[in-house]
Design a protein around this ligand. Structure first.
Ligand SMILES: [Zn+2]
Length: 261
């Protein structure tokens, strides 16, 4: 095993531990509970979870997905979020290596994972994540990525502005609130880090994937045109795709050989 392999493995495992914390955030933030205290307990029998039962992914397998004390089923969601976060850490590290961009993009994706699952569960995107994320990712992006302050600033304004227009138009036409303000603030946060090209890319990809999933759900009879699909997860997916492939795809699309950022 080379040093590179050891580093990759370490990043992957550390990522799953962060994923374990993200599970706590997903569960507690919408309920307005502290994410630091008290330690996790079984939702069924309230027994504190022992440290040896709290090892990401591994404990779930060893416990066969059940609480040690009351045998209540542990949601498959927990190890999945842990694996997803570990995979995110690993792939970000593979792409950006030992640069400042790695922790910034990983934090970005971690926040998007929390937002995604909270939006799926509750159809809300907590302001406590998206609003501070705007200035924080603006500064972090300037520090760690090849963006410029004007690109990031236009990213924030175009991100918030475009979805605000969609929301207002929808409200004007149907007389109902269709798109939440949570999505507006989320896309502002996304634009703060990945800039205005990232915003356009994210809107495009999330609309395409969101429509496809909506159609699939309707075909399965699981919803109708009235079913409100949370849009946050698709915005998150689009933004993550941009982090990994966006600039390259845009260059290929424009037929440019030089990367412009
Ligand atoms: Zn239990």
């Amino acid at each position: 095993m080379s040093l590179d392999h050891i580093m990759s493995l370490f990043v992957l495992l550390a990522g799953t531990c962060v994923g374990s914390f993200l599970n706590v955030c997903i569960y507690r933030l919408p309920a307005g509970l502290s994410i630091a205290y008290p330690p996790s307990t079984c939702p069924q029998c309230q027994q504190p979870i022992r440290f040896y039962d709290n090892i990401p992914v591994v404990s779930y397998i060893l416990l066969r997905g059940r609480c040690r004390f009351c045998a209540a089923t542990i949601a498959l969601r927990y190890p999945l979020v842990e694996m997803l976060t570990g995979l995110a850490a690993w792939t970000v590290f593979l792409k950006f290596g030992m640069t400042a961009a790695t922790p910034v993009y990983f934090t970005f994706i971690a926040v998007l994972i929390v937002i995604t699952f909270i939006d799926i569960d509750h159809q809300i995107i907590p302001d406590i994540l998206s609003l501070p994320g705007i200035p924080l990712f603006f500064i972090a992006g300037l520090w760690a990525t090849p963006t410029t302050w004007s690109n990031a600033l236009i990213g924030i304004v175009s991100g918030a502005g475009s979805l605000l227009l969609v929301a207002l138009a929808y409200q004007r036409i149907t007389g109902k609130d269709g798109m939440g303000m949570g999505d507006v603030k989320l896309l502002a946060m996304i634009g703060a880090l990945i800039g205005w090209r990232g915003v356009i890319f994210t809107i495009f990809l999330s609309s395409v994937i969101g429509s496809l999933v909506g159609i699939l759900l309707m075909l399965q009879g699981g919803g109708s045109l009235k079913t409100r699909l949370p849009f946050g997860p698709f915005l998150a997916l689009g933004a993550v795709a941009y982090v990994f492939f966006g600039p390259k795809l845009i260059d290929a699309y424009l037929g440019l050989s030089v990367t412009i950022r």
